[in-house]
Design a protein around this ligand. Sequence first.
Ligand code: FPP
Length: 248
Amino acid sequence: MSSVKEQLDKEKLPSHVAIIMDGNGRWAKKRGNARVFGHRNGVKAVREVTEAAAELGVKFLTLYAFSTENWNRPKNEIDALMSLLVSTIASETKTLMDNNVMLKSIGCKETLPKSVQEKLASCKEQTKNNDGLTLVLALSYSSRWEIIEGVKKIALEIKNNNLEPSDINSEVFGQYLETANMPDPELLIRTSGEFRISNFLLWQIAYSELYFSDVLWPDFRKEHFFEALLDYQGRERRFGKISDQVKK
Ligand code: FPP
């Protein structure tokens, strides 16, 4: 039996995969540890999927690392997550360079601690000429925040006579979102057996295929990522049309 990776059709890979990394807290609790222990172990899974996506030639990988709503968590958990982000970005920059990965982020950067903002900016600067995978970290991100920000920018353009209301369509609106110039994700994965979207990329996932895995994020490995891609490749994407219209 060939490996899951070998079964993948390299011609039919999604260009953009988005992941809701979930289950770190439960993973730690099952082991009698603090939630932070789960987050620390989640970094290995981040490395695995990034490498897997880069190896395959996926162009964009977006990871939901910290939502707007996550600011409501206990302060010690937020502080631990922020320092984990700083140390991980610092320690992984070389791996990103070795794998030709460019780092980007979406979300309200201004609300992040200065230390995170600085590490993020320096990693983005170092990796800006890499043209393999683009790794997008959603940090202090929520979709409703993003959409409202987009609407405010459009309103300002109209006020300044740079845009007519009749100019607005899906393409134009998309250019005012954090994900401007990125393709919509063809595949959205959520781990840990939860079936929610949690305010993630609501506009962009209009036609995404959804894949839910029972695996808790710290246990998620390349093989699980390949399984999700194989499942995706077995789906028929109809975009509102009927089956006969989309079959070639
Ligand atoms: C969800 O699990 C996970 C998070 C909110 C944070 C994800 C962060 C990492 C994997 C660490 C570092 C990331 C990067 C990109 C360097 P949860 O805490 O909601 O788990 P639970 O549902 O079991 O409580």
